[in-house]
Ligand binder design. Structure first.
Ligand SMILES: Cc1ncc(COP(=O)(O)O)c(C=O)c1O
Length: 402
């Protein structure tokens, strides 16, 4: 299989660097720094130390026996990224990028956030390393993720509500890029998913690969063989690519990415980029995008703020087109059902994002045999989502009464 990305940051036709001229130098500086440090033993030792002692890695690979019995198909394992410090996989990437920012001599960091998990993870490492931190967050998301806004502020970050567009993740990304253009000299941009211009999709993937590498060792130890299928939720695609990448060369391991179907892929309220989108340039790279006939980016919708995004990382578009991974949609209602099921069968309340992966596991699992193995990447925990769930249920209740 071709090594991706190539030296231009391309994954087949996807990826690249589509940015204003003012950002070109900053991206080249970042690429040079990453290439200098990515195999540097001191750099890697510092990242590994923090992943272990600060974030609590390795995270367990847990055999969910009661869930498996409920589904009645394969043995289901959960990769417990929810047990990381700050409650999601996002910290794997922010630790790596903050250590890099420090080596580059930057004192200020900026980040975009949707669900607030990446914002919290960025504010956390900024506090840890004494860096000034600004987080851009769509105003709509500041409302549905109030707990994370409060956490970021407690950690000393400034949270800047973004009032443009749909006031969600896409608009927060635009605003962060805009700010970076005018403050590029002293500011490091900690991008939170495997999206954006090169080198971010590659760099974020590399920092998240720890998920898949650990899973590989853990399943070999537990079962003596690789899993038959792996399922992960896909917003921009960082937890999924981190989990998938170490298995891409293993043809017997099915890779399934789950995107948000919101109120249904046949409505206008979804974030099913792979199911309904087509290739285009968006936020610095070429990838699948939800767009209208004229190429205008369409608003996305999902109950989960972290999946509410009309784009996707370019490596996923590549994996889809070479047919190495498949991407399937799960609705708000299906995700919420799965969240409740996992809570009640295993005592684990997943993030709404991760609940999309659980919902797909129920479908995929039904057609698998009992001696097969299915791994779900449980990207985060659900405490942040209680308000969104209450609001969703109140609206559904109101709808029924009309
Ligand atoms: C818990 C959790 N899972 C998944 C995601 C989706 O992001 P990504 O596709 O980059 O993993 C988010 C984003 O905020 C998240 O908080």
């Amino acid at each position: 299989m071709m090594q991706v990305p190539d030296q231009h940051g391309r994954f087949g036709p996807f990826g690249g660097k589509y940015v204003p001229e003012t950002l070109m130098n900053a991206l080249i500086e970042l690429e040079d720094a990453y290439n200098r440090y990515k195999d540097d033993p001191d750099f890697l030792a510092e990242v590994r130390y923090l992943l272990k002692q600060y974030s609590g890695r390795p995270t367990p690979l847990y055999y969910a026996e009661r869930l498996s019995r409920h589904v009645g198909g394969p043995k289901i394992y959960l990769k417990r990224e929810d047990l990381n410090h700050t409650g999601a996989h996002k910290i794997n990437n922010t630790i790596g990028q903050a250590v890099l920012a420090k080596r580059m001599g930057k004192k200020k960091v900026i980040a975009e956030t949707g669900a607030g998990q990446h914002g919290v993870a960025s504010a956390t490492v900024a506090a840890l390393m004494g860096l000034e931190c600004k987080v851009f967050m769509g105003e709509e998301d500041t409302k549905r993720q109030q707990l994370n806004v409060f956490r970021m502020k407690l950690l000393g970050a400034e949270v800047i509500p973004v009032m443009s567009g749909t006031r969600t993740l896409k608009d927060a990304c635009n605003e962060t890029l805009r700010y970076w253009v005018s403050n590029v000299n002293d500011t490091y941009y900690i991008l939170g998913s495997a999206t954006g211009p090169h080198p971010y999709p590659m760099m974020v993937r590399d920092f998240q690969r720890v998920i898949g590498l650990e899973t590989r060792d853990q399943i070999l130890e537990a079962e003596g063989r690789l899993p038959d299928a792996i399922i992960a939720a896909v917003g921009g695609g960082s937890n999924a690519i981190g989990m998938f990448h170490p298995f891409v060369g293993d043809a017997g391991v099915k890779l399934i990415g789950v995107e948000a179907a919101g109120r249904g892929v046949d409505t206008e309220e979804h974030a099913a980029t792979m199911t309904k989108g087509r290739p285009g340039v968006f936020q610095g790279s070429m990838s699948y995008v939800l767009q209208d006939e004229g190429g205008q980016v369409l608003p996305a919708h999902s109950i989960s703020a972290g999946l509410d995004y009309p784009g996707i990382g370019p490596e996923h578009s590549y994996l889809k087109d070479i047919k190495r991974a498949e991407y399937v949609p799960i609705t708000d209602a299906e995700a919420l059902e799965a969240l409740k099921l996992l809570s009640r069968t295993e005592g684990i309340i997943p993030a709404l994002e991760s609940a999309h992966a659980v919902a797909q596991a129920l479908k995929t699992g039904r057609s698998m045999k009992q001696d097969e193995i299915l791994v779900i990447n449980l990207s985060g925990r659900g405490d942040k989502d209680v308000e969104s769930i209450l609001k969703y249920e109140a609206e559904a209740e109101g709808g029924h009464q009309q």
